[in-house]
Design a binder for this molecule. Structure first.
Ligand code: F6R
Length: 366
């Protein structure tokens, strides 16, 4: 049942080439520059005129929501707010009939997420679901939705479900852009053509597995770890930190790289590993300055870089390459090495990677 892999988590990490392909199947027509999302097509007209989207979720799904915010604002130019379902539901939030609320949930059973959409529904919002388990409670409560089709996820730490959620949100962002006309046909052709080839790039990113195991040996005895990123690399940093803490029990924090100097920089010394998302994109130069700040304080830096990068490589202690891609697809690729890093560190520490202590796969109580 583990398909020859030692753990479900590793199997599910390696399945991402296929799960992302499944998630895209029948939904993108790259040559025509068209996205088709059957699950929300009845709302195609409504999407042309919405003022705002609220995304509600918990944990890893909330991180996917942050990536979604970045993509929807960038491409569809619709303001997005991302809320922890547990906070949103108890806050008397301002919701109107004009709002679209997107609930993201792998299990489709998370109590807080369910309560949040129940409340938003009572207040007249249109509710979309982005769920993995077909027919679960959340998809039954929503007006419409798009399934992630990642297949059953057994490992408690979410891996392939996260990248499938990000893939669906990417599709939704492009779909909304198509409805609103915020992207030209030519740009859509270009983006969808690239998206169609992302599974092959995921496969390429997975080839770093052996290198990541080597790096894991250097990091396994750390007590803390900082993850830094900017733009859509920030939610990737949060997700990398969550994976590490939940399965290896190393205290880890994800931070926007620029926020480091407002506090966490005080923690940096030769004992502090810092994982930095430093791929070549719009924030590359700024991230390089952040790396210099860490190195000046003797922090140990592991950078996730674009294939062929030499500039960052010359500055840091360890480097993991991912294939070059447009900024839109960076979160999908940069997440892969962080999943593998958490997996190997946890295993080297003798932890139960599939069933971490105190955690449940589906959190049906608040
Ligand atoms: C982390 C993890 C959790 C879940 C969270 C929400 O690896 O799995 O943080 O993401 O409990 O669960 P769903 O997506 O089922 O609502």
């Amino acid at each position: 049942e583990k398909g020859g892999y030692e753990h479900f988590m590793l199997k599910e990490i390696f399945e991402q080439t296929r799960s992302i392909r499944d998630c895209l199947r029948g939904r993108i027509y790259p040559n025509e520059g068209r996205v088709q999302l059957g699950g929300i097509k009845e709302y195609a007209d409504k999407l042309k005129n919405i003022d705002r989207i609220i995304i509600v979720a918990c944990g890893t799904s909330w991180h996917a929501g942050l990536v979604g915010e970045y993509l929807i604002e960038e491409y569809a130019r619709i303001p997005v707010e991302v809320e922890y379902a547990s906070e949103f539901r108890y806050r008397n939030p301002i919701i109107t009939e004009k709002d679209v609320v997107i609930a993201i949930s792998q299990s489709g059973e998370t109590a807080d997420t369910m309560a949040a959409i129940q409340m938003a529904k009572e207040r007249g919002a249109t509710i979309f679901g982005v769920c993995n388990v077909v027919g679960a409670s959340i998809p039954r409560l929503t007006h419409a939705g798009v399934y992630t089709h990642a297949g059953p996820e057994i490992g408690v730490a979410s891996t392939k479900a996260f990248t499938a959620q990000v893939t669906v949100l990417t599709l939704m962002a492009f779909y909304m852009a198509q409805q609103k006309g915020t992207l030209t046909q030519a740009k859509l052709v270009e983006l969808l053509t690239e998206l169609d080839h992302i599974p092959e790039k995921i496969e390429k990113a997975l080839e770093s597995n052996a290198l990541i195991l080597d790096i894991a040996h250097k990091f396994k005895d750390s007590r803390n770890c900082l993850f830094l990123g900017r733009g859509s690399g920030f939610p990737v940093a949060l997700e990398g930190a969550l994976k590490l803490k939940e399965i290896s029990y190393i205290h880890a924090e994800g931070y926007p790289a620029a926020e480091m100097k407002h506090g966490p920089i005080a923690l940096i010394d030769e004992e502090m590993p810092v994982v930095v998302i430093a791929t070549r994109n719009s924030s590359y130069e700024k991230v390089i300055s952040n790396i210099q700040e860490v190195k000046a304080r003797k922090g140990v830096v592991l950078a996730i870089v674009t294939e062929g990068d030499t500039e960052v490589r010359g500055m840091v202690d360890y480097c993991i390459e991912i294939p070059d891609a447009s900024e839109a697809f960076l979160p999908l690729l940069a997440t892969i090495p962080l999943q593998l890093l958490a997996y190997h560190i946890a295993l080297l520490r003798g932890c139960n990677v599939d069933q971490p202590r105190n955690l449940a796969k589906s959190v049906t109580v608040e």
